[in-house]
Design a protein around this ligand. Structure first.
Ligand SMILES: [Zn+2]
Length: 300
C-alpha cells in the first residue's frame, strides 16, 4: 500500500486518484523502488519478505491471484526465482506480464552481473549459473534499475509519464547524495576481508572494496557441510578475515560455530528492505548494512 495515498484517503473523500498500475515484485527491494518512482500511481506488492530466501518459496494460490491482476512484474531474474516464478506465471495466465511483454522486467538485465559460473560449478549444483542475481547490494545497481523501472512505468501508463520522470529524477538526486555519504562512511571497510554464508554480497564487496575470502556454502545453494566448516576452521584459525556475514533467513549456527572457533566476528546484515527493524526503505537499508559492518570492526 502506498502510505501517502492511504493517508490522503483518510482526510479527502472521495480520494483524488486511485493507483493506476498494480506491481508484483518478486523481492522487497523492487517493490520499494517501484514505490519511489511510481508514487501514488502504483500499488506495489512483494512476493517475498526479507526473512525468506528468494531462491526458494512456494507458488501459493494467493501469489497466483496477485500475478493474475498485475500490470507489471519486476523480478531480479538471472534464475533467482526459477524455482517458483515460472509456475506462478503459468498458473496466473496473465498474458500482459509474461516474459517478453512490456509488463515483465528482470532487474538483473539492467546491470553487469558478476560470477557467471563455469560448467564445473554448474554440474555441482551452483544456483547462480547466469551470474550472481543478488544485484541489490550495490546502490549503483539500484540506480540503473530505477531508470529501467521509470521507462517501463511510462510505457505502460503514458498519461503519467511526466510524473514518473520527475519522481525518478528526484529519487536519483537523493540517491546520489546518499551514495556519497555511504562511500565516506564506509572508507574504513576498504580492504577488509569477508567470509559470507551464501554469495549474496559480491556487489556490495566490489562497491566498497571488501575482499570475499570464503563462503560457508561450498557451492552456492548447498547448505554448509561439517567437512567444509572444518576446513574453514583450520584455514582461519589464525584470523585472515574480518567478518562472517549471513542474511536474516540463513541459519545462524554455521557462522556462529566458525566465529566461536576463529574469533572472527559473525554478523547478520539485512539483504533487503525489512531485513532488520531499522531497514524500512532503500535508504535505511544501506545505512543499516554499513553501520553493522563498521560496528563489527569497532567491536573486533
Ligand atoms: Zn543466491
Amino acid at each position: 500500500m502506498n502510505r501517502i495515498l492511504f493517508a490522503a484517503g483518510l482526510c479527502l473523500v472521495p480520494m483524488l486518484a486511485s493507483a493506476e498500475l498494480r506491481i508484483f515484485a518478486c523481492e522487497p527491494e523492487w517493490a520499494a523502488l517501484a514505490d519511489e518512482i511510481g508514487g501514488e500511481y502504483v500499488e506495489s506488492f512483494s512476493a517475498t519478505t526479507a526473512l525468506q530466501d528468494p531462491h526458494y518459496i512456494q507458488a501459493r494460490p494467493s501469489l497466483i491471484a496477485r500475478v493474475r491482476r498485475a500490470d507489471l512484474v519486476i523480478c531480479s531474474g538471472a534464475q533467482l526465482e526459477i524455482g517458483w516464478l515460472p509456475a506462478l506465471l503459468q498458473k496466473a495466465n496473465n498474458r500482459d506480464v509474461l516474459p517478453g511483454s512490456n509488463g515483465y522486467m528482470e532487474a538483473g538485465n539492467s546491470v553487469l552481473r558478476l560470477n557467471a559460473s563455469t560448467n564445473v560449478d554448474r554440474a555441482q549444483g551452483d544456483i547462480h549459473p547466469q551470474g550472481n542475481p543478488h544485484i541489490q547490494t550495490d546502490p549503483h545497481n539500484i540506480a540503473a534499475v530505477a531508470r529501467a523501472i521509470g521507462e517501463r512505468l511510462s510505457l505502460l501508463d503514458p498519461a503519467n509519464t511526466e510524473s514518473y520522470s520527475e519522481q525518478l529524477e528526484d529519487f536519483l538526486q537523493r540517491w546520489r547524495d546518499a551514495i556519497m555519504r555511504w562511500e565516506e562512511m564506509a572508507k574504513p571497510l576498504r580492504g577488509k576481508r569477508a567470509i559470507t554464508h551464501h554469495r549474496s554480497w559480491v556487489y556490495l564487496e566490489r562497491w566498497l572494496g571488501i575482499e570475499e575470502v570464503a563462503n560457508l556454502e561450498a557451492v552456492p545453494g548447498l547448505p554448509p557441510t561439517a567437512t567444509h566448516l572444518g576446513k574453514l576452521t583450520s584455514r582461519f584459525s589464525d584470523g585472515g578475515a574480518d567478518f562472517i556475514i549471513r542474511s536474516p533467513y540463513q541459519d545462524d549456527r554455521p557462522s556462529e560455530w566458525l566465529a566461536e572457533r576463529t574469533g572472527i566476528a559473525a554478523i547478520m546484515l539485512p539483504l533487503t528492505v525489512g531485513g532488520t527493524e531499522q531497514a524500512t526503505d532503500l535508504f535505511s537499508l544501506f545505512d543499516e548494512i554499513i553501520s553493522r559492518l563498521l560496528k563489527a570492526l569497532d567491536d573486533g
